[in-house]
Design a protein around this ligand. Structure first.
Ligand SMILES: [Zn+2]
Length: 186
């Protein structure tokens, strides 16, 4: 019991009742203190209590999940995306890297990934594989870019007539835009 950061599984013996009092997330069984959860052993020397701090189980992306991500790099054929949230699940504690292939960017033919997303764009996407690097699709109407800034001036782009528009430069940028784009210019 010297190692206080020891990780235990449910049902694992933490000590005997002569040594320790059962603390949080533990129970006594036949003179033994047993962990009822998976987590880290917490030992209180003063009260001679042994407890377990439950391990936080981070949700992982699953097929069909709608995720929010940030584009971290773009090449002709695919984009790298950092998943920052999963809709309907708790916020992620870790980072998940994902990929968007040009063939999955839109329903129709997209020649280059640069016509669909750009660096630092925030996107909504659907997860299509259950292993890392997760494959994404933005083909559906709901999916695609939900926030982007102008590649020339850095101003947030506005959704105008279904396309993304920079007021300052008076230009449109070609993207696969989601129906849920955050800023309207109409
Ligand atoms: Zn601009």
């Amino acid at each position: 019991m010297e190692n206080k950061s020891k990780i235990v599984s449910p049902g694992e013996k933490l000590g005997v009742i002569e040594e320790y009092m059962p603390g949080s997330n533990t129970y006594e069984d036949d003179g033994k203190v047993i962990s009822s959860v998976a987590g880290k052993v917490v030992l209180d020397a003063q009260s001679r209590k042994v407890g377990v701090s439950p391990a936080k189980v981070a949700p992982v992306p699953e097929v069909g999940d709608v995720v929010e991500g940030i584009v971290t790099s773009v090449r002709e054929e695919n984009a790298q995306v950092k998943i920052v949230g999963i809709r309907g699940k708790r916020l992620l504690s870790g980072d998940f890297s994902a990929q968007l292939h040009v063939s999955q960017a839109a329903k129709g033919y997209v020649k280059s990934m640069f016509d669909a997303v750009n660096l630092n764009d925030r996107i909504l996407a659907k997860v299509t594989t259950s292993w890392a690097p997760y494959q994404l699709s933005t083909a559906e109407e709901e999916m695609g870019v939900i926030f982007a800034t102008c590649t020339k001036c850095g101003e947030p782009l506005l959704l105008k007539g279904g396309r993304l528009y920079c007021k300052r430069d008076n230009i449109y940028e070609k993207k696969k835009v989601s129906r849920h784009y955050l800023l309207s210019g109409d």
